[in-house]
Ligand binder design. Structure first.
Ligand code: BJW
Ligand code: ZN
Length: 236
């Protein structure tokens, strides 16, 4: 039997069950804070300390979070299916912690810092950060979080690999994302335009629900492991 090629796009909802705040649903970060004040290059130029306080607070919160059964299921899928590709919009690193070795991080990594003046970049897991804002050890300029803000281009090579994964997929799983942020929200259409199917896992319906062949409504930390257990039996 030929195993299906599966591509997965995850968003903040996959980490909600681990205690990481989402952005747009009830209790989400963009309900309390304005994205344009905290997640744009203009905001960082205007007030780097404020932006760093926001990221420092989130890093502290994420540092206390562990992968949940949805992350673990996606790690199992990567181990079991040769044609499996995981693409995430999340910056929390929980997919890697769960065991995914080839996850594509579209919006960067909250545990990376990079210099705004020279080419210094590094992993930095210090929580809380001291000093705040952190400074480049090479040239003394400001460091910034290694994430992709609104109005910034995504890493071209990562985006290219993600588009290819969805274009080649027989099945695309869309897990815990409102699918409102581009270009990530275009990825599922790469699959449907070439005859593949979408399955969605979310606590609410989204703009993609009508395009999906099936929607599993509920916390993905419950629905995704159940779906995978059932689907794996059909492959045996
Ligand atoms: C559960 C659950 C549970 C809860 N189980 N489910 C019009 C068309 C095309 C593009 C644009 C446009 N207008 C503007 C743009 C550009 C802009 C954009 O898309 N804006 C939209 C808002 C319209 N995009 C960009 O700017 C991107 N760059 C770009 O386009 O560059 C072009 C360029 C080229 C050349 C030169 C210059 C530029 C960059 C986007 C970067 C997004 N960054 C952020 C912050 C990252 C860093 C950080 O974390 O701080 O990424 S914003 C935020 O949104 C974050 C997320 O990754 C992203 C997506 O959010 P996500 O994951 O979907 O979360 P939520 O909260 O929205 O949804 C959670 C879902 O989970 C909900 O549906 C819940 O129901 C569900 N849920 N619990 C299952 N237990
Ligand atoms: Zn520097």
């Amino acid at each position: 039997m030929t195993l299906p090629k599966i591509a997965v796009l995850t968003g903040a909802g996959v980490s909600a069950g681990s205690g990481v705040p989402t952005f747009r649903d009830a209790g989400g970060l963009w309900r309390e804070f304005r994205a344009q004040d905290l997640a744009t290059p203009q905001a960082f130029r205007r007030d780097p300390r404020l932006v760093w306080e926001f990221y420092d607070w989130r890093r502290q919160r994420i540092a206390g979070c562990a992968p949940n059964p949805a992350h673990q299921t996606l790690a199992e899928m990567e181990a079991d299916l040769p044609g499996f590709k995981l693409v995430t919009q999340n910056v929390d690193g929980l997919h890697t912690l769960a065991g995914n070795r080839r996850a594509l991080y579209l919006h960067g990594d909250i545990w990376q810092v990079r210099c705004i003046a020279c080419d210094y970049r590094a992993e930095n897991r210090q929580v809380p950060l001291d000093p705040l804002p952190p400074l480049c050890p090479r040239c003394g300029a400001l460091l910034r979080p290694g994430v992709v803000w609104f109005g910034e281009p995504l890493n071209g090579a990562i985006l290219h690999q993600a588009m290819r994964a969805f274009a080649e997929a027989d099945i695309a799983l869309i897990v815990g994302t409102s699918a409102l942020v581009y270009p990530a929200a275009d990825l599922p259409f790469q699959t449907t335009q070439r005859g593949g199917v979408l399955y969605e896992f979310n606590t609410e319906r989204t703009a993609l629900s009508d395009v999906a062949a099936a929607v599993w409504l509920g916390p993905c930390e419950t629905t995704l492991p159940q779906w995978w257990a059932d689907f794996r039996r059909t492959l045996a």
